[in-house]
Write a protein that binds this ligand. Structure first.
Ligand SMILES: [Ca+2]
Ligand SMILES: [Ca+2]
Ligand SMILES: [Ca+2]
Ligand SMILES: [Ca+2]
Length: 454
């Protein structure tokens, strides 16, 4: 998300790193690529009053936020549970801490060490099982913990992002390959299918203009896992088409993004996940081009799932009705704009909103849960075995978006002849009402997998 005065072409990934929630005033430029430190998740305590929390926070220099006024639940960030416990008697808090969960941090490769490794093919899948819901908290929240026979089979979700670490053992079984092409040691350096791209076997990297859209940031890999990871994805049998349009810092420009979307449409993606965006105040030719490309998806029956944004430079949610974010605000009925709720189905502090322009909400993680758990850049720089898998927590409307993309894939696998519009309407009409979203989110609801597939 760009801030005011930014070059309008700049567009960024929409993830908030939980380590930085305590300093929401930081601009995204500083947030991008910043390492997550351990144990920075917020903790929740039940306080007598907001005033007590406020005085505690002021005296001891940490942040707080009221989660639920009635239940007197207060979230504290920037203090350990041990420290807070020491302060509790002094503050006359009614209860002890009810939740304290550290951020999972894998020792991932530094972005600079990710090389253009080819896609080595499918690892033996470790499919969703009865234990999955224990690890992936959001599955129960949207009633996706147990799936029936429709798990996204035959459906392709394009991930237009920082790339996808396609050799991750819990993503590789689902990577969409192009039967006309090959890459790596099998590359023939010929554009066999005549689409203008040489050896586009496993998607394309439009940022670096090569046949290896591998992720050198981590964002796209996380997003892909949320939508269609074999172990924790909403649609664990959907195909993932990796398309890299953002650089290792998560930035890119509208022209490259439009190219990536056009490619996804041409490759017959059913759903295009766009966990990226930027503020747009003037419809320049670049913006108009992006709009045209997104609208052209209608004639190919392509549904776009877009992130509404994370509140701009201050990290506090903004109204998209007043300050448009693109591509989320593109007024076309093949676009769904997604806001983020916490685990109580309440709008997160960072999520953008807009009762005319943000259509539905999905879990996006909050600091007390450490964000949503999903696939991360693994240890392996080549074919990956089961032991080399990696997971991490991230939060943002970027994370809420692939939840909706996964749901769209489940619907499409059950109703293969549905149009983009029928899928869109089913998603928006089968959510669970949350009074907290009234006036902020058009459908006033949070996606629900069980309702949608009934
Ligand atoms: Ca080609
Ligand atoms: Ca070729
Ligand atoms: Ca590349
Ligand atoms: Ca804001």
């Amino acid at each position: 998300m760009g801030h005011k005065g930014n070059n309008m072409k700049r567009i960024s990934l929409l993830v908030i790193m939980s380590a930085l929630l305590a300093s929401c005033g930081k601009e995204l430029a500083q947030i991008q690529g910043a390492p997550q430190s351990q144990n920075q998740a917020g903790i929740i305590a039940s306080c007598t009053t907001k005033e007590v929390a406020q005085s505690l926070a002021t005296t001891h220099g940490f942040k707080y936020r009221v989660i639920n006024k009635k239940a007197k639940l207060i979230e504290f960030v920037g203090i350990s549970s041990k420290e807070l416990k020491k302060l509790l008697p002094k503050a006359k808090l009614t209860q002890n801490i009810v939740y304290d969960k550290p951020v999972v941090k894998s020792d991932q490769f530094a972005a600079s060490s990710v090389s253009n490794t080819p896609f080595y093919g499918a690892h033996t899948p470790s499919y969703r099982n009865s234990q999955s819901a224990n690890y992936f908290d959001h599955l129960s929240q949207i009633e996706a913990a147990s799936l029936g026979q429709y798990q996204g089979q035959g459906v392709t979700i394009a991930i237009v992002d920082t790339g996808v670490y396609y050799n991750h053992p819990h993503l590789s079984p689902n990577i969409k390959t192009n039967p006309s092409e090959s890459h790596g040691s099998n590359a023939d350096h010929i554009d066999n299918d005549g689409n203008g791209l040489v050896d586009d076997y496993a998607g394309w990297d439009f940022y670096n203009n090569d046949a290896y859209p591998i992720d050198d940031n981590g964002h796209g890999t996380h997003v892909a896992g949320l939508a269609a990871g074999t172990l924790g994805g909403i649609a664990p049998k959907a195909k993932i088409l990796p398309i890299k349009v953002l650089n290792s810092q998560g930035s890119g420009d509208l022209g490259t993004i439009a190219q990536g979307i056009l490619y996804a449409i041409d490759m017959n993606a059913d759903i295009i996940n766009l966990s990226l965006g930027g503020n747009v105040s003037t419809i320049t030719s670049d913006v108009q081009n992006l709009i045209n490309v997104v609208v052209s998806g209608k004639s190919h029956n392509t549904l776009m799932i877009t992130a509404s944004g994370n509140g701009g430079s201050d990290g506090v949610g903004d109204c998209n009705d007043a300050a448009p974010v693109y591509p989320a605000n593109i007024n076309s009925n093949n676009v769904i704009s997604v806001g983020a709720v916490n685990s109580f189905n309440r709008l997160t502090s960072y999520s953008n909103f807009g009762q005319n322009t943000v259509h539905i909400a999905a879990p996006g993680g909050d600091s007390f849960t450490g964000g949503l758990l999903s696939t991360d850049i693994p240890y392996c720089n080549g074919p990956c075995n089961e032991d080399s898998h990696a997971y991490t927590n991230k939060m943002g409307t970027s994370m809420a978006t692939p939840i909706v993309s996964g749901l769209a894939a489940l619907i499409k696998s059950k109703y293969p002849n549905y149009t983009y519009l029928q899928i869109r309407e089913l998603i928006l009409n089968t959510g669970v009402y949350s009074s907290d979203l009234d006036g902020f989110i058009q459908s006033k609801s949070v996606v629900n997998v069980k309702n949608a597939l009934q």
